[in-house]
Design a protein around this ligand. Structure first.
Ligand code: FES
Length: 649
């Protein structure tokens, strides 16, 4: 006698003989129902519920009564009310089977994060539990051959390639597990690990290798859950603050690349240890890793020579995504673990930019999105589902606090927020690591150590809005006699803090103008190539993008005019992209496909770049009117250079 089975949410349906298990029916229909133990009632991944639809109401007796398999499972791990093991429950009547997200192989994990509703989880490494035939004198075959035969028979895994370290532990695992083992198979193609008996722990680490900091996220490959997150300073800083100085180090020292590779790999290995300790797991539980980084960090971490990236035409060794064994990169994880590095786009637009694209997904929608990842080199991506363009712009280190008289990296003691009173010109500020503002009672001025990138941007933008800095970036004393604007050589400086002394000098303003003009010109060039005059959304990625106030970034003209409602921080978008690639084969396919379609615009050889750069030196811009910004910010009237000169004269 046959019964109708309908699976939800897939909608797949079919007729099956009474007594067929739900798992068998699901497999026959290609329904996405998970299993590690192959239907032995051990893993609990196949849980389903009885659902309903018109004509088939939800009734428990549509499936068989729970038998010993489910009772035994319940004794070890309680099943939630209404849940049944799909591998044990048999079809008795016509039935609707609900497959909850946690029982799907390809699931969507909802993240509490603006702009991303769900992340796909369909890991490239999957675990498979099998019974392996015991050796037999009468028909001698190797243990491996019998294991491979079992994997093919039970899981349809044909022609698996075997990672050599698997062989060394194979015989003991089989005997220890009494001829049952769990095998880790990558991409349904590579046998990368084996454990005695049943096992369902599969973890992964996503790395975001920045030139200043390195971040790692330890994730459960099955659930997508983030188990631990940790970060550290990139120890390569000892060889040069910025990227180019590290490339110079490599060029000037025979063993330079080797040494820089050694320290970054040491840091990544150390981070694995930290993450594992924080989550209370073993390094060997980590079966897969992913990595994003700018081209130089990416090359150094993978042991690729970055020298060509130091000079035009900035050729990468490869723009492709790469799979490299973690053990070959000096990372101690499971011996079969692989590091997947995301693809790159071009010389200065690397795997980190691909991480940002994967996370933000401009290619998934119609809105024209500008992604800005600000660092020593700004990486820019503009586009939507029609077309994507990318460029890098040589912003230099001013946004990171370098080349600024009192500049410093964003660290405790750095001024990060600045306000200037429009009538008295008196400043107030806040610093990282201290509550409140400098005009609050009890503010500890002794803790002030300098000003970081977001602080300098706010300071210059506020001074522009207060009339202390004009559209050409010249510091002046608008009413005369202000104690906050003081002569400094042949120009003026603005006194942000008296003790300790922190000033905004004319040179500081110039350094920021150069950096912001480069950023704006890069964005503008992409807009020219796309053939648009405005963008719909701007997302500011990276740590710096998270710290700067979009309003001030726009007042300065760092970014093109845009409705401020649609300008926001993207957070650690590159790291999220690395996590997505870690957890999902589909995400890897997606970014590999998209990266191949991104058109690179080379700012260095574009004649219009210089033109845009010069126009963007003005605050906010020499010719662009910034109508959207003017709706929400009271912008000073632009004074033409000639008029200012005449007035001074
Ligand atoms: Fe493992 Fe059902 S498939 S418990």
């Amino acid at each position: 006698m046959t019964r109708q089975v309908v699976f939800s949410p897939s909608g797949r349906r079919g007729s099956f003989a009474q007594g067929t298990t739900v798992l068998d029916a699901a497999r026959a229909l290609g329904v996405d129902l998970d299993s590690v133990c192959g239907g032995r009632g051990i893993c609990g991944r196949c849980q389903v519920m009885i659902g309903s639809r018109p004509g088939i109401e939800a009734r428990p007796d549509r499936l068989s009564e729970p038998g010993p398999t489910e009772t035994d499972y319940q004794a070890r791990r309680p099943l939630a009310p209404g849940h049944r093991l799909g591998c044990a429950a048999e079809i008795v009547e016509d039935v609707v089977i609900d497959v909850p997200p946690e029982s799907q192989v390809h699931r969507q994990v909802v993240r509490k994060r603006a702009g991303v509703s769900a992340l796909p989880v369909d890991p490239v490494v999957r675990l498979h539990y099998v019974d392996v035939a015991e050796p037999d004198l009468a028909s001698p075959t190797g243990d491996l051959e019998r294991l491979l035969a079992a994997l093919e028979k039970e899981w349809g895994l044909e022609g698996l390639l075997v990672d050599p370290p698997v062989l060394s532990g194979l015989q003991s695992a089989l005997r220890q597990g009494d001829w049952t083992v769990t095998a880790a198979v990558r991409h349904q193609r590579d046998l990368v690990g084996i454990w005695p008996g049943f096992r369902d722990v599969a973890l992964g680490v996503a790395f975001d290798v920045g030139s200043t900091t390195i971040a790692g996220h330890l994730c459960d490959l099955t659930s997508g859950e983030v188990l631990a997150t940790s970060g550290m300073m990139n120890p390569q800083i000892g060889f040069g603050e910025d990227l180019m100085s590290r490339v110079s180090y490599v060029m000037m020292n025979d063993d330079g690349a080797e040494r820089l590779t050694g320290v970054v790999r040491g840091a990544l290995d150390g981070l694995i240890g930290e993450l594992a300790a924080e989550a209370g797991v073993a390094r060997e539980d980590i079966l897969e890793l992913s990595l994003v980084g700018n081209p130089i960090m990416h090359h150094l971490a993978l042991g690729l020579d970055p020298r060509e990236l130091g000079t035009a035409p900035f050729a990468l060794v490869t723009t492709s995504a790469l799979d490299t064994r973690a053990r070959d990169l000096g990372m101690r994880a499971h011996p079969g673990a692989t590091v997947y590095s995301l693809p790159s786009i071009a010389g200065h637009v690397g795997a980190d930019a691909c991480g940002v694209v994967l996370s933000e997904g401009p290619h998934r929608g119609a809105a024209l999105q500008l992604l800005v990842d600000v660092g020593t080199n700004a990486e820019l991506v503009l586009g939507n589902r029609e077309r994507l363009l990318a460029a890098s712009s040589p912003t230099g280190p001013a946004f990171e606090g370098a080349q600024i008289s009192s500049g410093q990296r964003a660290a405790p003691g750095a001024i990060e927020r600045v306000r200037v009173d429009r009538s008295t010109l008196e400043p107030r500020f806040s610093v990282i690591g201290q509550e409140g503002w400098s005009n609050d009672v009890g503010f500890d001025f002794g803790a002030v150590t300098g000003i970081c990138g977001s602080g300098i941007i706010e300071a210059i933008a506020e001074l522009f809005l207060a009339g202390v800095i004009d559209g050409d970036g010249v510091i002046r004393d608008p009413a005369g006699g202000s104690p906050w604007v003081v002569p400094s050589e042949r120009t003026f400086s603005y006194v942000l803090s008296v003790e300790p002394r922190v000033e905004i000098t004319q040179n500081d303003v110039r350094a920021v103008q150069l950096a912001k003009a480069a950023l704006h010109a890069g964005a503008r060039l992409l807009m020219d190539h796309y053939g648009v005059e405005h963008v719909d959304e701007i997302r500011l990625a990276g740590a710096f993008g998270s710290h700067i106030d979009p309003r001030y970034a726009m007042v300065l003209g760092m970014i093109p005019d845009c409705d401020l409602e649609h300008v926001s921080a993207a957070g650690n978008a590159a790291g999220v992209g690395a996590m997505m690639a870690l957890l999902s084969a589909e995400a890897r396919n997606e970014i590999e496909d998209v990266a191949g379609r991104i058109e690179k615009v080379e700012t260095a050889i574009e004649p219009r770049f210089q033109e845009h750069f010069v126009a963007a030196l003005a605050i906010p811009h020499k010719t662009e009117p910034y109508p959207e910004l003017s709706k929400v910010v009271d912008m000073p009237a632009r004074v033409e250079t000639g008029q200012r000169r005449r007035r001074r004269g």
